[in-house]
Design a protein around this ligand. Structure first.
Ligand code: AMP
Length: 111
């Protein structure tokens, strides 16, 4: 079972920020910004490359949670959402996740 499925199941500890029937959000163990959390669907979807008409509602649910959590975490000045997809993007956990980063100005832009 993948590491994020183990986190959802409670077999691996995490700093949970939000949970409902479909979505789980927790702090990244290796934060790249003052605020860095991950939002994931509870259903195992390998990556953004595996989003389909059948599961895209779960992606929408993740994105509904993000602004609420960002506000709770004090990211009123903005934040960045990243999803690495596949080896060239450096995806290291094969369970779809959205990084939410903020709490500082992220001046150097990729896009
Ligand atoms: P990516 O490289 O885009 O696949 O992102 C995976 C992220 O998961 C990295 O930022 C890791 O720091 C994070 N991560 C890996 N294992 C854990 C864990 N047990 N708890 C919290 N975050 C984790």
């Amino acid at each position: 079972m993948c590491v994020f499925c183990e986190i959802i199941n409670g077999n691996i500890p995490s700093q949970c920020l939000y949970e409902d029937e479909y979505v789980y959000a927790f702090r990244d163990i290796n934060p790249q910004a003052p605020v860095h959390f991950l939002v994931i669907p509870k259903q195992h979807i390998e990556s953004a490359g595996k989003i389909t008409a059948e599961n895209s509602d779960l992606v929408a649910k993740c994105f509904e949670v993000i602004p609420k959590l960002a506000a709770e975490q004090g990211l009123s000045n903005g934040y960045r959402i990243i999803s690495n997809c596949g080896p060239d993007a450096g995806q290291s956990v094969e369970h779809l996740h959205f990084h939410v980063l903020g709490g500082k100005s992220m001046g150097e832009k990729l896009v």
